[in-house]
Design a protein around this ligand. Structure first.
Ligand code: CO
Length: 496
C-alpha cells in the first residue's frame, strides 16, 4: 500500500472509533437509563483513549511528514493533510500524563459545577474552575501563539481568528447594540404576545417539528429527530446526522425554533459530500460557520414573515386555535426583545452582548489579568453595563454555562461569529435569489438549501472560516451586515 492509501486507511480507523463514540454520546443524552451512566462513562473513556492514541501515533506522524512534501495530491487530499496535521501537532504538544490529569480534573470539575449551579455556590466551584484555567493556560503555552495566549485556545474552534481581530469586530458591534437596545426599551412599542399563549401537547408539537424539518429539506432517511434537555445535533458517522430538540408545554415556538436551529446544523452535515467522509474534513469550517447555518434557519428564515406565512396554515392544521392568527401578528410576537439574565434564552438583539461579556472575562482570565475569585462581581458589573439587568445569584450569572467547567475557553466567540456570518451570508443569498421571500412563503425554501449546499456545505472543512467567507460573500468578516439587519428588522417591529 502506498503512503496516501495507508494514510486514508488510518483516518478511517479513527473515523470508525469516533462514529462509535458519537453514537454512545447520542444515546447518553437521549435514551440511556440513569443506572447505565457509570458504565457508559468507562466505555466512552476507553474508546476516546483509543481514538486519541491513533491520532498521536508515530505512524500517522510519518505519513503526514511524507505526504506534506508530495505534490501530486488533489485539493481535498492537501486540505485533509493540512487539517489532520494541525490536529496531530496540537495533540502531540501535550504530554500524555498532563492530558490524563486534565481529563480527570475536567470530569470532577463538571460534576462539581452541576452541584454548584443547583445551589448557586460559586465558592464550591472556584477551586475547580481555577484548575481548568491553569490547565488551559498551560495548554496554550504548549500549543504556541504569537500575540496573545488566548489566541492559542481560540484556534481550536475558529482557525485563523485572533483576539485582535475579535476586538475589531466587537468594538463597533457594542457601540451599535448597546444604545440600540436602550432605544428599543425606551422609545419602542413592545409587541403583543397573547397570540402565543396556550398549552400545547408534546405529541402534536413533535408532529409540527417533523413537518418543519422536512420542509427545510432534512433527509429523514439519513437521520432522525428525538427529544432531550439541552438540544444538540450529532453525526454518528457518514449519512447519519441526528437532530434533538426540546418541547415546552406552554411555549410552542420555543420547540419549533430549537428544531430549526438544530436542523440548520444537520443540513450542513448532510450536505458534506461522500468523498470527504472520514477524511478529517467531514465537519463545518469552524464552530462559528456551523453556528451561522443554524442561526440562519432559526432567525433569518424562521423568525421572518415569509416563513410564517407558509407555516401558519400548517400550524392551524395541528392547533386549530391558530386558525385566525395572522402571520403579521405571529411575526411581531416571536420577535420581542427582552434583556434576560440567561444567554440561551436571549433574543437576536441581546445575544451578542452575552457573548462579549464572556469573551472579555475569559480573555483576561487566561492572560492572568483578573482572578477567578473576582468573576462573580465582574459578571454583575458587565451585565449592568451591557444589558441593564443584574442576576440575583450566581446560578443566574457566572455559573449558568457549562463551558468553563469543562475547560472550554475560547468557544464562546463562535456563537457571536455565527450570528455575524449568518447575516453576511444571508445578505449574499438575497442578492443572488431576489425572489427568495416569495419562494419561502410558498414552501420552496429548498432554493436556499441548494444555494447553501453549493456555496458552503460541500466544502466541509476544506477552507478556513475567513477564506470560506471570502469565497462565499466576496469579503472577510464584516459585522455591519448584522447591525444593519438588526436595526432594520427591530426598528420596524418596535415602530421607532
Ligand atoms: Co448551535
Amino acid at each position: 500500500m502506498n503512503t496516501l492509501a495507508a494514510y486514508k486507511k488510518h483516518l478511517q480507523e479513527i473515523g470508525k472509533l469516533r462514529s462509535a463514540i458519537s453514537l454512545l454520546h447520542w444515546d447518553q443524552r437521549t435514551y440511556l437509563p440513569p443506572k447505565g451512566h457509570a458504565a457508559r462513562a468507562l466505555v466512552l473513556g476507553k474508546l476516546a483513549k483509543m481514538a486519541f492514541e491513533l491520532l498521536v501515533s508515530d505512524q500517522l506522524g510519518h505519513y503526514l511528514e511524507e505526504l506534506e512534501t508530495q505534490n501530486d495530491l488533489s485539493l481535498e487530499e492537501q486540505a485533509s493533510i493540512r487539517v489532520v496535521g494541525k490536529a496531530y501537532r496540537r495533540q502531540k504538544s501535550i504530554p500524555p500524563d498532563i492530558y490524563e490529569r486534565f481529563t480527570i480534573a475536567q470530569s470532577r470539575s463538571e460534576s462539581v459545577w452541576e452541584q454548584a449551579k443547583k445551589t448557586s455556590d460559586f465558592e464550591l466551584f472556584q477551586p475547580h474552575l481555577q484548575k481548568m484555567v491553569d490547565f488551559s493556560r498551560q495548554f496554550a503555552e504548549l500549543y504556541g501563539y504569537e500575540d496573545n495566549l488566548y489566541d492559542a485556545l481560540l484556534e481550536e474552534y475558529e482557525p485563523g481568528m485572533t483576539t485582535n481581530q475579535l476586538r475589531l469586530v466587537i468594538e463597533p458591534l457594542r457601540k451599535k447594540l448597546v444604545p440600540f437596545l436602550k432605544q428599543l426599551r425606551e422609545e419602542g412599542t413592545q409587541p403583543h404576545t397573547e397570540v402565543l399563549e396556550g398549552t400545547f401537547p408534546i405529541d402534536q408539537q413533535r408532529k409540527l417539528s417533523s413537518h418543519v424539518l422536512k420542509a427545510m429539506g432534512y433527509d429523514f432517511s439519513a437521520g432522525r429527530l428525538d427529544t432531550t434537555i439541552h438540544p444538540f445535533t450529532i453525526s454518528t458517522g457518514p449519512r447519519d446526522t441526528r437532530v434533538t430538540t426540546r418541547f415546552i408545554n406552554n411555549n410552542l415556538f420555543s420547540g419549533i425554533f430549537s428544531t430549526m436551529h438544530e436542523g440548520g446544523h444537520a443540513l450542513y452535515q448532510q450536505g458534506i459530500p461522500q468523498k470527504l467522509h472520514w477524511s478529517g474534513l467531514d465537519g463545518g469550517a469552524s464552530s462559528g460557520i456551523h453556528e451561522s447555518q443554524s442561526r440562519m434557519w432559526e432567525n433569518m428564515v424562521g423568525k421572518q414573515l415569509p416563513f410564517l406565512r407558509f407555516f401558519q396554515p400548517i400550524l392551524a392544521s395541528v392547533f386549530p386555535e391558530f386558525a385566525r392568527a395572522r402571520p403579521e401578528i405571529l411575526y411581531d410576537a416571536v420577535n420581542t426583545v427582552t434583556p434576560s439574565l440567561i444567554r440561551v434564552e436571549a433574543d437576536e438583539v441581546t445575544y451578542n452582548l452575552h457573548i462579549m461579556l464572556r469573551f472579555e472575562l475569559e480573555e483576561q482570565l487566561i492572560n492572568g489579568r483578573i482572578n477567578v475569585g473576582d468573576l462573580p462581581e465582574l459578571w454583575q458589573d458587565a451585565m449592568k453595563r451591557y444589558l441593564g439587568v443584574v442576576p440575583k445569584d450566581d446560578a443566574h450569572g457566572v455559573l449558568q454555562d457549562v463551558h468553563w467547567s469543562a475547560g472550554m475557553f475560547g468557544y464562546f466567540p463562535s456563537y457571536m461569529l455565527g450570528n455575524l456570518c449568518s447575516a453576511q451570508i444571508f445578505a449574499k443569498v438575497k442578492e443572488e435569489i431576489p425572489d427568495l421571500d416569495e419562494k419561502i412563503a410558498n414552501g420552496k425554501s429548498i432554493v436556499l438549501l441548494s444555494w447553501l449546499r453549493k456555496q458552503v456545505h460541500r466544502f466541509g472543512k476544506m477552507y478556513e472560516p475567513q477564506d470560506l467567507l471570502q469565497r462565499v460573500t466576496g469579503e472577510r468578516l464584516n459585522p455591519s451586515y448584522f447591525t444593519q439587519y438588526i436595526t432594520d428588522k427591530y426598528s420596524q417591529i418596535y415602530k421607532l
